[in-house]
Each structure stands twice: as structure tokens, then as C-alpha cells.
Design a binder for this molecule. Structure first.
Ligand code: PLP
Length: 374
């Protein structure tokens, strides 16, 4: 068996150990401490907008807290991009609210502004105004920020920007993670930088950040004993984990460059195979190319190619299966145009890690070439 080539594996800089050691040496082994503050500051500086950052246990917990901050509760409706990972939608259900799924457009594979407006007007007609819109920059490609914002503004609905996959991406020169009323990041093991597990909430005000931190640390009221007037959560990032994050922030831009060069490598080396299509960056878009994805001509080709790669011990994955097709969300209303389903049928994510070697990339290309040569 040839050595495994992973889809997207953690890639340490070497600097992480310094921060972790410091945490041990000073006994800051808790969900607070200098690394937590430092990591938040590092992200804030990187995002380069007037934003506030709360380091949390995961991107999912950041999404959950976003919904709570926006007052989403039992019986509310929340619009969510259908083509995404289930973690974008699950927290809606944690709040007892109902997800309303919206399909994608072909230019970025993200939320379709037309379908979004159709969904909003239909929900309004049915007597329910959606409480929030969860829009996702999938695989690092920014969604149509201006179009989505305009609709959200028109109907006065806040946006939760799911930037879990898009740290380092830009839309018209501005960092993803700074476009929502609230935005979230993920540092899960497969992301562009990782803390093994972790996430962050990005807010516009310090008060929102403090409210999130309060809820994330069990909602303890200001009293010498344990006093609670609200339900709290254990969602804060630990000082050890944040130490990994500080080390990772030192190489974020080089990870973006490497992932972008993976994409360019695949594109130029597969150019001869007509049926393979790539998602181009529209003008003004800069994707971190978290995952390099290709589109084939049919489900059959995509699946046979995936199995051919698997036989060579190369991990690849179909594009996200839309949420409106997931058994768990079968009863959720959806506003569809067929794009997300078509992308799911024909799309494949190729190995994309920033630690892939030239030899590994060559192995992927020669396996794909061999498959198409029959
Ligand atoms: C689009 C998207 N949203 C949310 C999440 C959840 O992040 P986490 O795994 O840190 O909870 C992920 C990744 O895991 C994701 O890809």
C-alpha cells in the first residue's frame, strides 16, 4: 500500500511549541490566559477592520452563540445556505428554530441572491420574518457579498457570516470574516490553520464580544459565589489551544499561498482533460483555495475517479451534500434551483493541504491521468 495522501491535514509551523511551553511554564492551563488574549489580538490585527474577536471551542459554538446574540429562539426561522457542512445549520436547531435552506449560484457556489430574495418574500407572505441569514464562503471562495448584503439590508435581516473555510480570503480587498453582522471562524484540524479544534466569533462591538465570552464561560453573574440568571455554555478556548493558534497565525499567509499554488498546479496539469472544470475567481474575489475542487461531467465519472484515487490511497471527497437533501433536514423548507445538487453530483475535492509535497501532487495528477487514459 502506498503512503496515504490526505485531503487536508494539519500543518504546524514549529512556533506553536514555544507558546504551549510558556503556558505550561506559567501554569496558565485554563480556558483563559495570555495566549487566549494574544490569539484574539493576532486574529483581530489580521482581519484589519474594526472588529472584536472571541476565541471559542469551535466554529460550531461560535455559530450557536451568534444565533443567541441575535435573539433566535424557539419557533423562529433562520435562512441558511444549503450547500455547506451541517455545522452551519445544526445550531439553528439547537435553538429550537427552523432552518430554511437556500440554493447556490454557479459563479461562487455560494448562496444565490435570487433564491434568497424568493425565500425571504415567501416566508414574509407566510407570515414569518426570518431572524437571520447564514451565508457561507465555501471552500474559501467568497460569496456574493454585495448582493447578499443588499438583500439583507432591504429586508432588515442580520447576516451571520460563516467564514469557517475562508480565513485569508478577500472580497474586493477586504478580509472574509468581517462582512457579517456577526462572523465565525473555525480552526478545526482540516482548516487552513488549526488549533486541533477551535473557533472564533468576530463581532462589531466590544459589548457583543463580552456578551459572547460571558455566555461561553457558563454565564456567571458578577457575584463572589456562583450566581446565574441565564443559561450558559462551556465554549471558551483554552490557553493551551490558543498557543497552537498563535503559532499558526505566523504562517497563515504562507498556507494561503501554498493552497493557491496547489490549485494552480492542478489546473495547469489537468488542462488537457476537457471534462474537468475548475471554479475561477470572479473579478475582485481572492480565494484562499482551502480545498481545490474539480467538476466532472457526471456522477458516474466523479464516483469512478474518486474510487480510482482511493485505490491509490489518495483521499478525495465529493463536494458538500446540500442540507436540503440530508435526511435530518427532510422537513425543512428549501428554495432550490438545482445548482447545489448538480455540484454535489459532479464535484470532487482533491488533496489540498499546505504540506503536500511535489511528489504527492505528482501522484495525484498521474492517478487522474491514468484514470482518463483508461
Ligand atoms: C462551513 C463550515 N461551517 C462551520 C464549521 C464548523 O466548525 P468547527 O468544526 O470548528 O465547529 C465548519 C467546519 O468544520 C465548516 O466547514
Amino acid at each position: 500500500m502506498k503512503p496515504k495522501i490526505w485531503l487536508s491535514s494539519p500543518h504546524m509551523s514549529g512556533a506553536e511549541q514555544t507558546y504551549i511551553k510558556e503556558a505550561f511554564d506559567t501554569n496558565w492551563v485554563a480556558p483563559l490566559g495570555p495566549n487566549v488574549n494574544g490569539f484574539e489580538q493576532d486574529i483581530k490585527s489580521y482581519l484589519n477592520q474594526d472588529r472584536h474577536v472571541a476565541a471559542l471551542a469551535s466554529g460550531t459554538s461560535a455559530l450557536h452563540l451568534s444565533l443567541i446574540l441575535l435573539g433566535v429562539s424557539h419557533g423562529d426561522e433562520v435562512i441558511c445556505q444549503s450547500k455547506t457542512f451541517s455545522a452551519s445549520a445544526n445550531p439553528i436547531v439547537y435553538q429550537g428554530a427552523k432552518p430554511i435552506f437556500v440554493d447556490s449560484e454557479r459563479d461562487t457556489w455560494n448562496m444565490c441572491p435570487n433564491q434568497l430574495e424568493i425565500a425571504i418574500t415567501d416566508r414574509l407572505k407566510k407570515g414569518k420574518k426570518p431572524k437571520a441569514i447564514i451565508a457561507v464562503h465555501l471552500y474559501g471562495m467568497p460569496y456574493k457579498v454585495e448582493e447578499i448584503n443588499e438583500i439583507a439590508l432591504k429586508y432588515d435581516i442580520p447576516i451571520i457570516e460563516d467564514s469557517a473555510e475562508s480565513l485569508g480570503s478577500l472580497y474586493k480587498g477586504q478580509n472574509c470574516g468581517t462582512f457579517g453582522d456577526l462572523s465565525i471562524l473555525s480552526f478545526n484540524g482540516n482548516k487552513i490553520i488549526t488549533t486541533s479544534g477551535g473557533g472564533a466569533l468576530v463581532t462589531k462591538t466590544e459589548e457583543q464580544k463580552q456578551e459572547a465570552v460571558f455566555l461561553a464561560t457558563q454565564a456567571r453573574d458578577n457575584a463572589p459565589h456562583y450566581e446565574h440568571s441565564q443559561i450558559g455554555y462551556n465554549y471558551r478556548m483554552s490557553n493551551i489551544v490558543a498557543g497552537i493558534g498563535r503559532g499558526q497565525m505566523t504562517i497563515l499567509d504562507s498556507h494561503v499561498s501554498k493552497r493557491r499554488s496547489n490549485y494552480e498546479f492542478y489546473k495547469s496539469n489537468l488542462a488537457k482533460i476537457d471534462i474537468i472544470k475548475f471554479l475561477e475567481e470572479p473579478i475582485g474575489y481572492f480565494s484562499n483555495r482551502w480545498l481545490s475542487c474539480i467538476l466532472l461531467d457526471s456522477f458516474e465519472t466523479r464516483e469512478k475517479l474518486r474510487l480510482a484515487l482511493e485505490k491509490e490511497n489518495i483521499e478525495s471527497r465529493p463536494l458538500w451534500k446540500p442540507m436540503h437533501l440530508q435526511p435530518v433536514f427532510k422537513d425543512a423548507p428549501s428554495y432550490c434551483n438545482g445548482v447545489a445538487d448538480d455540484l454535489f453530483q459532479k464535484g470532487l475535492c482533491l488533496p489540498s493541504g499546505s504540506n503536500l509535497t511535489p511528489e504527492q501532487l505528482d501522484r495525484v495528477i498521474s492517478t487522474i491521468n491514468m484514470y482518463f487514459a483508461g
